[in-house]
Design a protein around this ligand. Structure first.
Ligand code: NAD
Length: 371
C-alpha cells in the first residue's frame, strides 16, 4: 500500500492511474499531479521504455510549468508502453482504447508528446471529447508550424537582454538544434538585428562570425538536408557548438547538454533554454557564478503550452501569440526581479514563483490544502 504513495508530497500526485486492457495490449499510466489551478494539461508519451516514475515526474514538471506560465491548468502526463512506429491502424486502436479508458478522468486533458502527434490527439478528442494539440481542421493551432515556443523564447530573451543592458541588435546568437524551436527563435532574433554565428543539428555544426543566412538554413532543414550542406561557413563537429563565443546561447535539442564536463567552454552572456533541462543543476550554478544569466526552460519555453491552452479555450492563433507574448514577458520580468533582489538562482526563483501560485490556488480548493 505504501508503495502506491511513494511519490506523494504536499502538491500531489492527486491520482496515479494504471490502465491495463489485455484485449488490445494496452499498458498505460496516467499521472494527474495537481489540479488546483484548473484541469491538468499534459502530453501523452508513447515509448517502449516509459515508467510510472517518468509519468509522475513529467506530470509534476507540467504542474510547475503551467503555474509558472499563469495558465488556468494543473499538471498531468500519461505514458503508454508501446512502440510509436507500429502500423498506423494498430496505433489508432491502442490510442482509441486509451482514450476510452480515460473518458471519465475529466480533470486530465491529453496533449502531444514523444511518440504522439496531432492525428493522435484527433483520435482522442473523437473518442472522449478532450485533447489539445489537434489538427487545424478540428480547431487546432499547429504550434510547431507557427513557431509558438520559438516566439516565446524570443520574447523572454528580449526582456532578459534589457535586464542585463545588452542590445539584441548586433548580438551574436548560437543555437544547438535547428528544429521547431531553434529555427523560429533564429528567425525572430535575426528580425531584431541579432546575428546567427553558429547552429547545429545531429550531423554537425556550421559557424560563421559574419553571420549565417537563417532562411537558407531553414530551407535546408525543410528539404531534409543537414546544416553542414550550407555552402558558406566553417563545418565543425556537433559538440563544437558549445565553443563558439556569442552573447546568446540557445539549447534547443536534448537534455543535459551543458554539464560539469563542458560548462567552462561556454562563453556567452545569456543562455535561453529552449530545450527541457538542457543544463545539469551544477552547470547552472557554475554559469550563475560566472555571471552568465540562464533563462530556465519552464519559463522560457512555455510558448507551446500557452498556445495549447489558448486552443483549448477556443481561441485563435492571433490570441495565442498575444497570450504567449504577455505571459512570458511578465513571468521573465517577475523572475528577474527575484534574481536581482534576492540573488537567487533563476531556476530556484522560477520554482518558488510557480510553487507559490499552486499553493495559493490550493487554498481556494476543498480537500486540497493541508491546513
Ligand atoms: P525538433 O525535433 O523539431 O528539433 C530538434 C532539433 O535538434 C533537430 O534539428 C535535430 O536535428 C536537433 N538535434 C537533436 N539532437 C541533437 C544534438 N545532440 N545536437 C544538436 N542538435 C540536435 O524538436 P523541437 O520541437 O524543436 O524541440 C526541441 C527541444 O525543445 C526538445 O527538448 C523539446 O522537449 C523542447 N521543447 C519543445 C517545445 C515545442 O513546442 N516544440 C516546447 C517546449 C520544449
Amino acid at each position: 500500500m505504501d508503495d502506491a504513495f511513494r511519490f506523494a508530497d504536499e502538491l500531489g500526485p492527486l491520482k496515479l492511474v494504471h490502465i491495463w486492457r489485455p484485449a488490445v495490449g494496452l499498458r498505460a499510466v496516467v499521472a494527474v499531479d495537481n489540479v488546483a489551478c484548473g484541469p491538468a494539461v499534459g502530453g501523452v508519451r508513447m515509448a517502449p521504455d516509459v515508467s510510472t516514475e517518468e509519468a509522475f515526474r513529467l506530470a509534476r514538471a507540467m504542474t510547475l510549468k503551467n503555474a509558472a506560465a499563469g495558465l488556468p491548468h494543473g499538471g498531468g502526463k500519461s505514458v503508454i508502453v508501446a512502440d510509436p512506429k507500429m502500423p498506423l491502424a494498430d496505433k489508432e486502436r491502442l490510442i482509441r482504447a486509451f482514450a476510452a479508458a480515460i473518458a471519465d478522468m475529466v480533470e486530465y486533458i491529453p496533449g502531444p508528446d514523444m511518440g504522439t502527434d496531432e492525428l493522435t490527439m484527433g483520435w482522442i478528442k473523437d473518442e472522449n471529447g478532450r485533447a489539445v494539440g489537434l489538427p487545424r481542421e478540428v480547431g487546432g493551432i499547429p504550434l510547431d508550424e507557427i513557431g509558438a515556443t520559438g516566439f516565446g523564447l524570443a520574447a523572454a530573451i528580449d526582456v532578459a537582454a534589457e535586464h542585463i543592458g545588452m542590445p539584441i541588435s548586433g548580438a551574436r546568437v548560437v543555437i544547438q538544434g535547428f528544429g521547431s524551436v531553434g529555427k523560429h527563435a533564429a528567425r525572430l532574433l535575426a528580425d531584431k538585428g541579432a546575428v546567427l554565428v553558429g547552429a547545429s543539428d545531429t550531423q554537425g555544426t556550421v559557424a560563421d562570425e559574419n553571420g549565417l543566412d537563417v532562411a537558407a538554413l531553414t530551407a535546408l532543414k525543410a528539404a531534409g538536408r543537414p546544416l553542414r550542406d550550407h555552402p558558406s561557413g566553417r563545418k565543425l563537429g556537433g559538440d563544437a557548438v558549445i565553443d563558439i563565443p556569442c552573447e546568446i546561447w540557445i539549447p534547443a535539442a536534448r537534455p543535459d547538454v551543458i554539464n560539469a564536463g563542458n560548462v567552462s567552454r561556454l562563453h556567452a552572456r545569456l543562455v535561453a533554454q529552449g530545450a527541457n533541462i538542457p543544463c545539469t543543476a551544477d552547470a547552472e550554478e557554475t554559469l550563475a557564478r560566472r555571471g552568465i544569466l540562464v533563462l530556465p526552460d519552464f519559463i522560457a519555453n512555455a510558448g507551446g503550452v500557452i498556445c495549447a491552452a489558448t486552443e483549448y479555450q477556443g481561441g485563435t492563433e492571433v490570441a495565442a501569440f498575444a497570450a504567449i507574448d504577455e505571459k512570458i514577458r511578465a513571468n521573465t520580468r517577475a523572475l528577474l526581479a527575484q534574481v536581482r533582489e534576492k540573488g537567487a538562482l533563476p531556476r530556484s526563483a522560477a520554482l518558488a514563483l510557480a510553487t507559490a501560485r499552486v499553493e495559493r490556488a490550493m487554498q481556494t480548493r476543498r480537500w486540497e490544502h493541508a491546513g
